[in-house]
Design a protein around this ligand. Structure first.
Ligand code: ADE
Length: 416
């Protein structure tokens, strides 16, 4: 069978969700019209590992209209929206292998399924598909790939460094119109959305500890503050820590923040940034959430080892009783809270990321054979075009430089 999803009967509901997303994705719809006129992906087979959301549906429907055939698996065991998966299968003929609540084996099996269609283009979010191909399916004839997120780009750069990378990959994450909006504004809102949906606690007046001050951490800290939290930032890079201080946040090591925080959110891409030793120092009632790609940032295994008991309170909220009697509350089992306990970033933000994705795939096809086996940034023309289309979709006009101004910017002799 060309798909494996939870329930095809959810398709009608999924279709309405996709329509709702597309209504808020004007830039992508514009890209769709262009690509479908050019039919620039005609005959191309794409295998994609992306969070199966209504926004991803808008992207794959765009790729399909441009002529591609698509097989899709989820990028996290908990992030698939089952109604959307059903609609993609039933109404769009997309080969979807994903459902919410996959175990790790099913997650990898689904990835293997989508490689059976012998893709020419690989799209990934987190690098698991790129890694799987490099480890086990290096016989595939791949023109190139894209990568959606910071974690995936870091893994691909390591592959490039080790000289094992087998095809060119465009780091969509590194486009200005991606990280500045998706990572910062998107996660800023959706991580808090996940925390609120799973706990319904008040943010105002709480001490929120944001671990990591990259684009994601910056966004979460900013939005936490906007909702009235008193925010502490934990950061290992002196540059970023300094920025956090100057942005007005308290900055300290985790060993100190552990004793003060009431809500903890990790966004580092690194392992065990909240350890079981930290957890044992926490206040009774502390809430622990992860907004990084993988479930490695909070030492969930360690927490399970030390806990005297565990019980589920409500969806995506588990209570752990510690040896000292305190209780801590882990959201979504330490998996990325915005996609597991909420719906990921809003469509308006994914509009930017996925316009970059679609145009990057077209770029790979148009430049087939000309690119080296390495990680490329999104070409600046694409980045600027996405910003232009988004502004247009928002009905915002911007300034135009006069000829005199353009000329001035090219001179070096004019000074004081
Ligand atoms: N990553 C974060 N939010 C997302 C969304 N809504 N759809 C797909 N990928 C995402």
């Amino acid at each position: 069978m060309d798909y494996n999803i939870k329930d095809i009967g959810l398709a009608e509901q999924g279709k309405k969700q996709i329509e709702w997303a597309e209504m808020h994705m004007p830039a992508l719809i514009n890209v769709r019209q262009e690509l479908s006129q050019r039919k620039s992906l005609k005959g191309i087979r794409i295998s994609a590992v992306l969070h199966v959301t209504k926004e991803t549906a808008a992207l794959v429907r765009t790729l399909k209209e441009a002529g591609a055939e698509i097989a899709l698996a989820g990028s996290n065991p908990l992030s698939t929206q089952d109604d959307v998966a059903a609609a993609l299968v039933k109404y769009d003929g997309i080969k979807v292998f994903a459902w919410k609540g996959e175990n790790d084996t099913e997650y990898y099996n689904n990835m293997t399924e989508i490689l059976k269609y012998e893709p020419n283009i690989i799209m990934d979010d987190g690098g698991d598909l790129h890694a799987l191909i490099h480890e086990k399916y290096s016989n595939l004839n791949i023109i190139g790939g894209t990568e959606e997120t910071t974690t995936g780009v870091i893994r691909l750069k390591a592959m490039e460094e080790n000289k094992v990378i087998k095809y060119p990959v465009i780091a969509v994450n590194n486009a200005f119109t991606k990280y500045l909006f998706d990572n910062r504004i998107g996660t800023g809102q959706s991580a808090i959305d996940g925390i609120i949906r799973s706990t319904n606690i008040l943010i105002a007046g709480k001490v929120a500890v944001v671990v990591g001050y990259g684009w994601v951490g910056r966004g979460i800290a900013l939005r936490m503050r906007g909702m009235g939290a008193r925010v502490i930032v934990v950061e290992a890079s002196p540059l970023r820590a300094l920025e956090a201080v100057m942005d007005g946040f308290d900055v300290m090591p985790m060993s100190k923040a552990a004793e003060l925080g009431e809500i903890f959110v990790t966004a580092t891409g690194n392992i065990n940034v909240i350890s079981k030793e930290h957890i044992q120092k926490m206040k009774n009632g502390a809430v622990l959430a992860n907004a990084g790609h993988f479930n490695v940032e909070i030492d969930v295994k360690g927490l399970k080892e030390i806990a005297k008991s565990v019980r589920n309170i409500r969806p995506f909220l588990d209570e752990y009783t510690l040896p000292n009697g305190n209780k801590v509350y882990l959201l979504a089992d330490g998996r990325l809270v915005n996609l597991a306990a909420a719906e990921g970033h809003p469509s308006e933000v994914m509009d930017l990321s996925f316009s970059n994705q679609a145009l990057s795939v077209e770029y790979l096809i148009n430049n087939q054979g000309k690119l080296e086996k390495k990680v490329y940034n999104v070409p600046q023309e694409i980045d600027e075009k996405v910003a232009f289309l988004k502004l247009k979709g928002m009905g915002i006009e911007i300034e135009t430089m006069t000829e005199e101004q353009k000329d001035y910017m090219k001179q070096w002799k004019y000074g004081t």
